[in-house]
Design a protein around this ligand. Structure first.
Ligand code: KG4
Ligand code: ZN
Length: 341
């Protein structure tokens, strides 16, 4: 006898993507609609919080209607409504949270608030039906760089984190310095393919005595110093070499720390998540290191690495079946910690 399917409408609005998805039983994505504001924020070289909030308000109903239609379902068929309630930009988060609460109230549906990073990690469940905790996950996004031990669904131990800039932030800042514009990650990824990763010896972002922590602000300064030095000496700057060498410096440290965490934990599964996990060089380097060490490697498709609501629906399902429910007093928590409810 099969159990009843659980259908969740998930909403994500923590940064500059307005997104909604319908997810069945945590792993089957019936629809995944993303309205990106990138073109708008490009003009300012980064996300402008007030503009993001306003745009979310404009788009959110359309995005939800599209997601329901694409999944061939309606609000009446749902079992729960889920929403990212932190961390993120408070004004942006509030739009999704208010919307989810309104739907929950109007349709008398259970409300499940989801941690954004838990969503990123859970993106791995969607295409890897066999993946179950425990495993190690490296979360690398625009705001976070965390090395996490996923002990069980919804149970996390943070092994290491960045002491300063997030990996994605470093990509964005270096991209700006070499004139590539926003968002920098995908542009560096592309340009680096034409460059020599060994052309310039940039420092590796390690922290003495904390083997799992990261630091990327020194690397960013080293790139800026290198660029200034070239300009002062009148030497030509080969942007592709700068991009490739910077990228290698980041990926080397990420791979090294992640492999160490898997081996020392005695686990044999490693997943990556977050916007930077869509980076071609990082995916290739992790894949190779895992193959060499007999570790199973998991990574979401690029579209599920960057912000989306399908990942929120996947995370919400495991919270839902555990009985986690939020009340209509749910609020946005811009600095929500992983593992908090
Ligand atoms: O996870 P995400 O979409 O949003 C946050 O939760 O922060 O991550 C966005 C970050 C940005 O810093 C962006 O530059 C970076 O992910 N990113 C990349 C790539 N695609 C996006 N970084 C490196 N290579 C990429 N291909
Ligand atoms: Zn994100």
């Amino acid at each position: 006898m099969g159990e009843k399917d659980i259908l969740i409408l998930a909403i994500e609005s923590s940064c500059d993507e307005t997104a909604a998805a319908v997810v069945k039983n945590g792993r089957e994505v019936l629809s995944n609609v993303i309205s990106s504001q990138i073109e708008l924020h490009k003009l300012y070289g980064g996300v402008v919080p007030e503009i993001a909030s306003r745009k979310h308000i404009e788009k959110i109903n359309q995005v939800i209607e599209k997601a329901l239609a694409a999944a061939d379902t309606s609000l009446d068929d749902l079992d729960a409504v889920a929403v990212t309630y932190g961390p993120g930009l408070v004004g942006a988060l509030l739009v999704g949270v208010a919307e989810a609460k309104a739907i929950s109230f109007a349709k008398n549906l259970p409300l499940v608030g989801v941690h954004h990073i838990e969503g990123h990690i859970s993106a791995n469940y969607i295409e890897n039906k066999d993946l179950e905790p425990p495993f190690i996950c490296l979360v690398v996004s625009g705001g976070h760089t965390h090395l996490v031990r996923v002990k069980d669904y919804g149970e996390y131990e943070i092994l290491g984190r960045t002491r300063d800039d997030a990996a994605g932030e470093a990509f964005d800042k270096v991209a700006r310095a070499i004139g590539l514009g926003y968002p920098g990650g995908p542009k560096i990824d592309r340009l680096a393919k034409e460059g020599n990763p060994d052309a310039i010896a940039f420092p590796r972002g390690k922290i003495e005595g904390s083997p799992y922590d990261f630091s990327f602000s020194g690397l960013k300064s080293a790139v800026l110093n290198y660029l200034n030095g070239c300009q002062m000496k009148g030497e030509p700057i080969v942007e592709a070499d700068v991009a490739a060498s910077f990228q290698k410096s980041v990926t080397d440290v990420l791979v090294e720390h992640a492999m160490m965490a898997v081996q020392e934990s005695g686990l044999d599964k490693l997943a990556i998540a977050g916007g930077v996990a869509s980076n071609g060089a990082l995916r290739a380097a992790m894949e190779q290191a895992c193959a060499e060490n007999g570790v199973r490697f998991y990574r979401p498709s690029p579209i599920l690495c960057t912000d989306n609501a399908a990942m929120i629906g996947a995370a919400a399902y495991y919270e839902y079946i555990k009985g986690v429910r939020h009340g209509l007093d749910l609020n946005a928590v811009p600095n929500l910690k992983l593992g908090e409810r």
